[in-house]
Ligand binder design. Sequence first.
Ligand SMILES: [Zn+2]
Length: 264
Amino acid sequence: MASSPSPPPRFLLSSQRVWNTLRESLRDAVGLVLPTWCVVCGTENRSVCGACRETIVYRENRRSIPVVDRAGAVRELWVCSAVAYEGNVRRILLAVKEGRSDASGALAPLLRRVLGDELARLYRSGASAGRVIRVVPMPSTARSERLRGFRPVELLVRSGSLCVFGFLEGAWRQDASRRVRLKRWLRVRRRRRKNQVGLSRTERQRNVDETLVASYQCATNFIVIVDDVITTGSSLRESYRALSEKGGIVLGAVTLAHTPRHPV
Ligand SMILES: [Zn+2]
């Protein structure tokens, strides 16, 4: 029997308000101790000022990309994104990747919301057959991680958040107390790229394409992949390939932002 989902309980809403106020005060306090400036407009004492935050509006976008499953069949992978990759979203994300990890809090709620909504949708549809859906972040290369000292995608999921499931309601509230634990089941292949000379066309393609390796731990698990931006979908397609190859069951993908579809 289908019943309409009930709204979040009042105490959750008010605790969210208290948290928001606390967070704002904390930001002010931090700004006084550690001088900072808005990564967009340069206003002092905020990583991203209120005016610049207000320009970012959540607008969910869903698109599907063709992927090839383990059996060689082509199927569609749905990718859900929170905002368009343009304007201040783009500026802030680039700043985060260039080391202003303090600005990630301006984007993190958007990614958490789209992730929470997508997980709720998948749970409700019964796609995971009652089992927990694992969230697998897109990995950074070892080099960029060393340079930055953090992983942008993971930072965006975790930043300033107590709980990703704040947006889930009804039957899924039970999960609300559980934080999403990211599973680092993907890593960038560490290898010297083979010399392309003498390789067939297919081999060349594989040499370029297969850049990710998945852990055997992902086998038989239901998975949602999370990334910062979808452009052509090639990174997500590659993650899907790597995870499926090891027996992971990828149900969908979520990204913070999406760029307009590129003509093929
Ligand atoms: Zn600003």
